[in-house]
Ligand binder design. Structure first.
Ligand code: MF3
Ligand code: CO
Length: 254
């Protein structure tokens, strides 16, 4: 276990602040998501709000490929897009689902959160996909306890999702978070309980189930970012930044 994964009380206060902004952005967007709105418009709302809080969008300019850094504040992933959809001029359509992921950096500490929303009225199948995915996030969070292992979180997520007949994406994972957007450990959404690195109070984790209505397989788009389901069926994504304490986990992006 690397000692620097444990945050001090004062670091947690800084993370609280970044995570508060993440939660407020998602709340603000919820009232703007309706048929006819473009994902670019949502992106502008989010960026303006983040900057009004003396913070920065964490995803903008992120990436391993210097020639194709992430260009926006939000990831806006519609329907069969799993994650990392790039905001654009396409208008949302009644009946679609959209996953919005937002990262905030303030005072050198990061917050990360995501939520899937309905655009207007959606069918019962999509409603159930959103419900099960959100529930699976909370099942995972319940296992974010001092002394537990990483895959206790993973297996709790997987079990809830698969019992409902949906599938967890394998190719993308949650992560530690703090002074970097992505820190150790990785938090897969599948695996065997009782295994993996030990969780310790003071760790901060971004837990983020990505759940497919159909099969778990995904493909990576030629834009270098957008991830889609291989079978073209819809996908949902919920994420919280969570602080492991000596007692109950605390959701910082609440
Ligand atoms: N929540 C996602 C993650 O933690 C969002 C990353 S988007 C990126 O990986 F653009 F920053 F890559
Ligand atoms: Co994340």
């Amino acid at each position: 276990m690397k000692r620097n994964l444990i945050k001090s009380k004062s670091e947690i206060e800084l993370m609280r602040e970044s995570c508060r902004i993440v939660a407020e952005v998602l709340k603000l967007l919820e009232i703007s998501i309706k048929p006819g709105v473009t994902t670019k418009e949502l992106d502008i709302i989010a960026e303006d709000y983040i900057r009004s809080q003396n913070a920065e969008p964490a995803f903008k300019g992120y990436g391993a490929d210097k020639k194709n850094l992430y260009p926006a504040t939000l990831c806006t992933s519609v329907e069969d897009e799993v994650v990392h959809g790039i905001p654009c001029d396409r208008k949302l359509i009644e009946g679609e689902i959209i996953s919005i992921d937002v990262g905030v950096k303030k005072n050198n500490y990061y917050g990360d959160g995501a939520k899937s929303f309905a655009v207007g009225k959606i069918n019962d199948e999509k409603k159930r996909l959103l419900e099960i995915t959100e529930q699976s996030l909370y099942k995972g969070i319940e296992k974010a306890l001092n002394g537990n292992r990483v895959f206790d979180i993973s297996s709790a997520v997987q079990k809830h999702v698969e019992e409902a007949g949906f599938s967890v994406v394998r190719d993308l994972v949650g992560h530690g978070i703090g002074r970097s957007l992505h820190e150790e450990p990785q938090i897969p959404n599948f695996g065997q309980a009782g295994t993996g690195e030990s969780l310790k109070s003071g760790m901060t984790l971004a837990i983020e189930p990505m759940v497919n209505y159909g099969a778990y397989k995904v493909r990576f788009n030629s834009d270098g970012w957008t991830v889609k389901t291989l079978d073209g069926k819809p996908s949902a994504h919920f994420e919280h930044t969570v602080y492991i304490t000596d007692s109950e986990p605390e959701i910082l992006t609440k």
